[in-house]
Design a binder for this molecule. Structure first.
Ligand code: NAD
Length: 424
């Protein structure tokens, strides 16, 4: 397939290029038609908005916000909203495309999108964040909709922000529209099980991979980078399945205890300490980067993108990496890791538990009904396990990594849908 230009492989990667590199490889293996390749390599829609917000001191600050819709062939687009100072269009484009592949890999009827605002919520008051979220919602009023584009939380946002989004959207419609956003507080139609869903999916896919690799969870050690929503739940649920979580980390650094970290103490400490693990007394503090190269069996990067690079990949000692974060491994590191014989459950599979339960939340909102936590967990565990098995089968068949296999499963589904629908 000569029409496909090889995506550049650079060290500190542009996240969109990292995504394209895997997309390119998987497309070649699938023999994807040129027309479909060209449709999928570019997002369907990219929106950039300026958001003037009155700050508490009376000044007006203008924030830049983004929403990128990558693809909607499988259904309305779905993707979180990130509030972070480093948000930029390339990052949002990559995250939007990952959402298309993620929804396709777990076989839920959504396309992919992502949003973000370049801001530092840690330095803003609740009132400032609320005004920003409402301004963002209003500027996206033609984009969002329960049948069009359904946002959710991501880094820097949570149920509180989703409640403001739902309220602002509902005001413009003259009625309550709770299916416009997922990740809402339970009382507003949020789903039981949503908070832990991504960490739970990480646990389910980690357990499935450990079974294939014949790693006994009761003898396995683990390190988890990032102690936010995904990392803390993954650490908790993996330790409940027998793994000894020896290290956790957040922006303040990493904390190591050979005998295992008591999850409940770490969460209680973080929550009483303005959300940071700084000073956590039950473990030795080590450099934040060192958590990735500890001699553990399972490594869960659950913080942010591009942390495993060509520079540190050779030093990784884990047998299994389960990507809780989106894009934690650069495409150049992929080959180093593959050659070392380390298995990687890729982000688009490992962290898809979140969007799966978001989908359940949307289904419940549309039904006007509520499922029990048990039903949510059973259904999402089944979806995650089936998706893992499906990807594993393709990896064996094509003799490729789980990452490339996951892209192949996803791209194949989207491409087949285009074939049936046609219409260009
Ligand atoms: P969060 O804001 O709740 O937590 C992020 C955590 O990572 C915090 O503990 C923060 O201190 C830490 N962190 C950030 N940068 C770091 C760095 N460079 N080194 C070490 N620690 C660092 O965010 P989250 O919702 O847990 O999301 C984490 C990752 O998982 C992101 O990549 C996100 O896109 C992805 N993800 C989240 C969900 C979800 O449901 N929340 C779903 C799928 C994917």
């Amino acid at each position: 397939m000569s029409y496909i230009e090889p995506a550049p492989l650079v060290d500190k990667e542009n996240p969109f290029e990292a995504m394209m590199s895997r997309f390119h490889t998987a497309s070649q293996l699938l023999g994807l038609e040129e027309q479909i390749y060209n449709v999928l390599k570019t997002p369907a829609r990219q929106v950039i908005v300026s958001l003037p917000v009155t700050m508490d001191d009376g000044s007006i600050k203008v924030f830049e916000g983004y929403r990128v819709i990558h693809n909607t062939i499988l259904g309305p687009s779905k993707g979180g909203i990130r509030f972070d100072p480093h948000v930029n269009l390339d990052e949002v484009k990559a995250l939007a495309a990952w959402m298309t592949w993620k929804c396709a890999v777990v076989d839920i009827p959504y396309g992919g999108a992502k949003g973000g605002v370049a801001c530092n919520p840690r330095e803003m008051s609740a009132g400032e964040i609320e005004r920003l979220m409402r301004a963002y919602t209003l500027s996206m009023i033609d984009i969002f909709g329960p049948d069009k584009d359904i946002p959710a939380p991501d880094m820097g946002t949570g149920p509180r922000e989703m409640a403001w989004l739902m309220d602002e959207y509902s005001r413009t419609q003259g009625m309550t529209v709770n299916a416009v956003v997922t990740g809402k507080p339970i009382v507003l139609g949020g789903s039981l099980g949503r908070t832990e869903a991504t960490g739970r999916g990480v646990m389910v896919s980690a357990m499935a991979a450990m079974e294939k690799l014949k790693i006994n969870p009761y003898k396995a050690t683990c390190a988890v980078q990032g102690f936010g929503n995904v990392g803390s739940w993954a650490a908790k649920l993996l330790s409940e399945r027998g793994l000894k979580v020896q290290a956790i980390s957040d922006l303040s650094g990493a904390y190591y205890n050979e005998d295992g970290i008591d999850f409940n103490k770490a969460v209680a400490y973080r929550d009483a300490n303005k959300g940071t693990l700084e000073g956590f007394p039950e473990a030795e503090k080590i450099s934040g980067n060192d958590i990735l190269t500890l001699p553990v069996d399972v490594l869960v990067p659950a913080a942010t993108e591009d942390v495993i690079t060509a520079k540190n990949a050779a030093k990784i000692q884990a047998k299994l990496i389960v990507e809780g974060a989106n894009g934690p491994t650069s495409s150049k590191a992929d080959s180093v890791i593959y050659e070392k014989g380390i298995s990687v459950v890729p982000d688009i599979l490992a962290n898809a538990g979140g969007v799966t339960v978001s989908y359940f939340e949307w289904v419940q909102n549309r039904l006007g009904y509520k499922w029990t936590a048990d039903r949510v967990n059973r259904r999402s565990d089944r979806i995650m396990k089936d998706a893992f098995d499906n990807v594993y089968k393709v990896a064996l068949e094509y003799k490729v990594s789980l990452r490339i296999a996951a892209y192949m499963v996803a791209i194949d589904k989207v491409a087949k849908t285009y074939k049936f629908r046609g219409g260009f």
